[in-house]
Design a protein around this ligand. Structure first.
Ligand SMILES: [Zn+2]
Length: 321
């Protein structure tokens, strides 16, 4: 297949996307068109120092590169590595603090450059997912959109005027911590009250399901029952769609995006959920925007969005040099 075509091209160009999470780290090897050549998931080894762990990632990546493409790290065919990690700051190249990794003041970009022997960029994972969707996914035809990842947490990535917007010192674009109106009081993982993440994270949705059914359902079960027209499932879907729409209304009036692209594990609920969210959004957003903002499901597989984005990001970065 394309493996062969990559090998047969005069100048194969390869990009590496990495997504470091609290539990697992994903490594994706791509060609410059965004075709995934290899994907591997390994444990995030928190016992290792960050420097040693990045070294370990480099060894793993090199093994894959050698096996699949006959390339060693440092080969000019390798464009670079784009890596996502919690609180990764593109501008400084540091992760100042990532409690779920036990990291503090980590010069992550330099560690990547040193171990992988290629150019490197770092970003938070939602930003990377937005870049990936913009280059190769559901955001290809948009200049302005907000990617919303609904997973362990709620992350947002802003593409404005065709470019990733991070805010000063990369401290912005954290739509998961928008305060939404609610008759309950729920703490957010950040310590705030009634943030979008308090309700739309996987944990938040499970809490809502438990409140309304006294049972523990998976997202898949919720989706399946909703598709069958189950009344309880329908009322849960309407509640979480309303909560999500409350956050989207705030982001919508601020940025006037063409679309919200929903990624992460909850995006498995798919288009029928998106339709309910769109209906709630249009009910409460300013009249000038009613009916104007699409709600789409991310096109890149939810567990791979950030590795696609990492590869897309480093390709764009290097092309600017
Ligand atoms: Zn919060």
């Amino acid at each position: 297949m394309f493996h062969d075509s990559v090998l047969n091209m005069n100048k194969p160009r390869i990009a590496i996307g990495i997504d470091i999470g609290g539990t697992n780290t994903k490594i994706g090897i791509f060609d410059s068109e965004g075709n995934l050549i290899s994907f591997e998931k390994i444990s995030t080894l928190k016992d290792l120092s960050p420097e040693k762990f990045i070294d370990h990632l480099a060894q793993q990546s090199e093994q894959i590169l050698k096996q699949k493409l006959g390339l060693a790290l440092g080969d000019p065919a390798i464009i670079g590595v784009g890596a996502g990690a919690p609180m990764a700051n593109y501008f400084t190249g540091y992760v100042d603090q990532a409690p779920n990794l036990g990291w503090k003041n980590v010069p992550l970009r330099d560690f990547f450059k040193k171990s992988f022997k290629v150019p490197a960029v770092i970003e938070n994972d939602a930003n990377l997912a937005a870049v990936g969707e913009n280059k190769w996914g559901a955001g290809k035809s948009f200049q302005d959109f907000v990617l919303v990842t609904l997973g362990t947490g709620v992350g947002t990535g802003l593409i404005l005027d065709g470019k990733l917007y991070r805010g000063h010192d990369a401290l912005g674009a954290e739509g998961g911590h928008i305060i939404i109106p609610h008759d309950q009081k729920r703490l957010c993982s950040c310590g705030g009250m009634n943030h979008l993440e308090s309700y739309l994270s996987a944990k938040g949705i499970k809490e809502t399901i438990l409140q309304l059914t006294k049972e523990e359902w998976t997202i898949e079960k919720l989706g399946a029952l909703f598709a069958e027209g189950d009344l309880k499932a329908t009322s849960i879907i309407h509640q979480i769609a309303q909560e999500l729409a409350s956050g989207l209304v705030s982001m919508g009036v601020l940025f006037g995006p063409q679309a919200f692209i929903i990624g992460g594990g909850v995006s498995k609920l798919g288009d029928s959920f998106n339709q309910v969210v769109k209906q709630k959004l249009d009910e409460s957003i300013h009249f000038s925007l009613k009916g104007k903002i699409d709600i789409k499901t991310a096109a890149l597989a939810s567990d791979k969005g950030a590795v696609y984005g990492g590869a897309a990001h480093i390709i764009d970065e290097v092309s600017k040099l």
